[in-house]
Write a protein that binds this ligand. Structure first.
Ligand code: HEC
Ligand code: HEC
Length: 288
């Protein structure tokens, strides 16, 4: 009986296993197709236009000026920046990195409704929100050459993206907000994986010329409490995919939430107007 049952059982297992595998493969295939269908229906492919597509003349100059304002904001616009950051400190490589809040395709999706202000806002308003919160500074005049240069740069990056469609890679990959942060574990992750660049007091590291080699992540020179990055699930989504710099994706989602909570809850400038955010009462659970 046993000798018969054994090969039989084995065979059954093999067949079962084979069927399961086939089923899993089928399901995975169907899921991938479904995902592709969903993605292609709602998102355009991510593409950076070639440098050669920047035109000669005033428009090209504005695009280049806009790029310089994004990557060297603090030095170029000292009256508008109240901390040590540039736009590209968070919008990596001048806003050209997927899942690091890229600017690609934004021209055709704004104006857009935002729950934080409960209004449909323009791209200029969105840009100024980051000046006031992420850069803890002052807004640009809507009709200024500097604002128009930033718009020209974003518009160049948005070429070919259909109006009304976001690109794949817009924003960040959101994390499960059911993950509860543990600040003590976050402190350990920071000490092991972040302190070498961002410093023991979150102060970053300066160069001899007074610039920043590594940006601060808390303290007077960091983003304020009204910034999207001050929300720990938003920061965790950025960190999980992009930090430690050059090793994005190595932290677990839980580690990212832990270290994000630790970092965001260190001292930083306030943004008193944040009390008027989410006027419809749909405040996210990590809002400050
Ligand atoms: C401290 C990090 C940080 C800095 C610095 C920063 N931003 Fe942002 N920005 C964010 C975050 C986080 C979001 C997404 C917030 C959200 O909606 O969750 C964002 C969103 C945006 C968006 C909308 C993106 C989209 O997909 O809708 C624009 C446009 C933008 N920022 C422009 C700027 C500009 C221009 C500057 C410099 C003047 C700047 N940001 C500086 C963190 C930053
Ligand atoms: C190898 C150096 C390095 C390490 C390690 C590193 N970062 Fe960064 N981080 C950077 C740099 C550089 C930037 C800005 C990117 C740019 O300017 O291109 C940045 C940007 C950031 C930002 C957004 C901008 C700001 O200053 O607030 C946050 C938040 C952040 N890092 C958190 C972390 C966390 C958390 C860790 C550890 C898990 C970490 N980083 C590890 C170099 C590093």
């Amino acid at each position: 009986m046993r000798t018969l049952a054994e090969p039989d059982g084995g065979l059954l297992m093999a067949r079962d296993g084979g069927e399961r595998m086939a089923m899993m493969r089928y399901r995975a295939g169907a899921f991938a197709l479904l995902l592709l269908a969903v993605v292609s229906a709602s998102a355009a492919p991510f593409a950076i236009p070639p440098e050669s597509s920047i035109p000669e003349g005033p428009t090209g100059e504005a695009i280049r000026r806009g790029r310089a304002l994004i990557t060297d904001t603090r030095a170029q616009l000292p009256d508008n920046v109240g901390n040590a950051l540039n736009c590209s400190t968070c919008h990596l490589n001048g806003g050209t990195v997927p899942y690091a809040a890229p600017y690609v395709g934004l021209t055709g999706v704004f104006p857009e409704y935002r729950a934080r202000s409960a209004r449909v806002i323009s791209l200029q308003q969105r840009i100024n929100a980051c000046f006031m919160r992420s850069l803890n500074g002052q807004p640009l005049a809507f009709d200024s050459d500097d604002m128009n240069a930033i718009l020209a740069y974003i518009s160049w990056l948005s070429r070919g993206v259909p109006t009304g469609q976001a690109v794949e890679g817009r924003g960040f990959i959101p994390l499960e907000t059911a993950l509860e942060p543990d600040p003590e574990r976050g402190r350990q992750v920071y000490a092991e994986q972040c302190v070498s660049c961002h410093g023991a007091d979150g102060e970053g590291r300066t160069t001899a010329e007074g610039g920043y080699l590594y940006p601060p992540v808390w303290g007077d020179n960091s983003f304020n409490l009204g910034a999207g990055m001050a929300r720990h699930y938003t920061a965790a989504a950025f960190i999980r995919h992009n930090m430690p710099l050059g090793q994005g994706g190595t932290l677990t989602a839980q580690q990212a939430v832990d270290v994000a909570y630790y970092v965001t809850h260190q001292p930083r400038p306030d943004f008193p107007a944040r009390v008027r955010d989410w006027p419809k009462g749909d405040r996210p659970k990590d809002a400050r």
